[in-house]
Design a protein around this ligand. Structure first.
Ligand code: DAH
Length: 347
């Protein structure tokens, strides 16, 4: 019996030695140590031995059983290590190599600026309205008191949409005024921010640019309200409470009177120079032109069915690209659109 025990052990050890997979080891384990296994048979036979033999053979059997179980566990462990080693050989990484930071995108400076304007105006009670970039001639021109033969259409070199009748890339954000008024009754107070398009392309003009439109209509709305809103707005944008605004008479078909809006130069603070160096931004005038404005033309109010005896309103429109350039001291318009990350990531 002792021989049998030793032989079984030798057999198992030999078989384990050549075993290459977990599965083979598992089969051996069942075959030798399982409930119907060869070794289990022997253990079961122990009870038939005489007392003395039971003692010695039993001791040996228990010892060998432990050895065999250990050998099996050791083999499992070896196979696992070998497998991991293989993975490690194939898929190793050098954890000491400095990591690469994943690039995280963020909104473009122009988008952020527009969000800032929304905050400034919403604090003055303005809601935000939007309109389409591809706009009907009806809204971009006609309803704004710019009929087809009106010379003001020449002021804005328009992109017309091929094969789509009476459709343009909006030349201004002003059509949003009409869309909003058609859908709402006074009192209204809105701004609208977005892209605008004109056939204009040189160092200081991009065919796509950005505007902020404002509109306030109600009872007793006056130019004083317009001035207050625009002055506060300019002070907020340039973070300078000393900024003043002035109006110069001008012409836009959808307002009467029409105005050109200037604000004191945020670089030289209206002085025209800084420490005796002439200010180049405002060409030493101390003033910058920032947009157009005026009291909404009664014709425009009529076009949307408002009672012109009861309601008056003001409107304004400003180009944003140059304003952003001034605020962030950006020298070239093209930097906005070149997608140079060295530039974009600064904001
Ligand atoms: N839409 C005009 C432009 O693009 C700017 C403008 C002027 C807007 C006067 C207005 C306004 O609302 O009242 O040149």
């Amino acid at each position: 019996m002792k021989d049998k025990i030793e032989k079984l052990k030798a057999q198992l050890l030999a078989a384990l030695k050549s075993a290459k997979t977990d599965e083979i080891v598992r089969n051996l384990e069942v075959d030798f140590m399982g409930r119907k296994g060869q070794f289990t048979d022997i253990m079961r036979g122990l009870k038939d031995l005489a007392d003395e033999a039971k003692k010695t053979v039993g001791k040996l059997a228990n010892q060998v059983k432990t050895e065999m179980e250990l050998a099996i566990q050791k083999k499992y462990a070896e196979l696992e290590v070998a497998e991991l080693g293989e993975i490690a050989d194939k898929e190793w990484i050098d954890v000491t190599v400095p990591g690469k930071k994943p690039l995280v995108g963020h909104r473009h400076l122009i988008t952020k600026f527009m969000d800032d304007l929304e905050v400034i105006f919403s604090r003055m009670g303005f809601a935000v309205a939007a309109g389409p970039d591809i706009e009907l001639e009806h809204y971009n021109f006609n309803q704004l008191n710019i009929p087809p033969d009106h010379p003001a259409r020449d002021m804005q070199d328009t992109f017309w949409i091929k094969n789509l009748k009476e459709t343009v890339l909006r030349t201004q954000t002003s059509p949003v005024q009409i869309r909003y008024m058609e859908a709402h009754e006074p009192p209204i107070r809105i701004i609208s921010l977005g892209k605008t398009f004109r056939k204009d392309s040189d160092a200081t003009h991009s065919p796509m640019f950005h505007q902020c439109e404002g509109l306030m209509v109600g009872e007793n709305i006056s130019m004083a309200n317009l001035k207050a809103v625009l002055t506060h707005f300019m002070q907020q944008v340039f973070e300078d409470p000393s900024i003043k605004t002035r109006f110069r008479i001008s012409y836009f078909p959808f307002v009467e009177p029409g105005l050109e809006v200037d604000c004191t130069c945020p670089i030289c603070h209206g002085e025209g120079k800084t420490e005796n160096v002439p200010c180049r931004l405002c060409k030493q005038t101390g003033w910058l032109e920032v947009g157009g404005a005026g009291m909404v033309h009664p014709k425009v109010l009529e076009n949307v069915g408002y009672d012109t005896e009861k309601y008056t309103g003001f409107a304004f429109g400003m180009g944003l690209d140059r304003m952003i350039m001034i605020k962030y001291r950006i020298n070239h318009l093209r930097m906005f659109f070149e997608n140079d990350l060295r530039f974009i990531q600064q904001f």
